[in-house]
Design a protein around this ligand. Structure first.
Ligand SMILES: [Zn+2]
Length: 93
């Protein structure tokens, strides 16, 4: 991951590779250390992403469960209705 940063000693704009702990300014040659807070932010973002995905997966599972429940309630309703009709038929015939 490349970040645009400013060199602390000369103020020149440079690209910092976050995979490497230290980069060198192309203008003055000063060593520029990777910003640790940005890595923490990145980790936090990844963690948040994980949580979001887990929540979405959970919601999907809940949705599937509720669909299944609705299906079985419908089946039970149909079965009950049929049973009722059969009983009515047996009584009135
Ligand atoms: Zn510099």
């Amino acid at each position: 991951m490349i970040r645009n940063v400013k060199c602390e000693s000369c103020g020149g704009a440079l690209k910092l590779d976050e995979d490497h702990p230290i980069s060198f300014c192309p203008y003055c040659g000063a060593a520029v250390k990777r910003d640790e807070t940005s890595m923490d932010e990145l980790r936090l973002k990844l963690k948040y992403q994980d949580m979001k995905e887990q929540r979405e997966a959970k919601e999907e599972r809940e949705q599937a469960k509720s669909n299944t429940r609705q299906f079985w309630f419908a089946m039970l309703g149909m079965f009950g209705l049929m049973l009722f009709l059969i009983i009515v038929y047996l009584i009135i015939r």
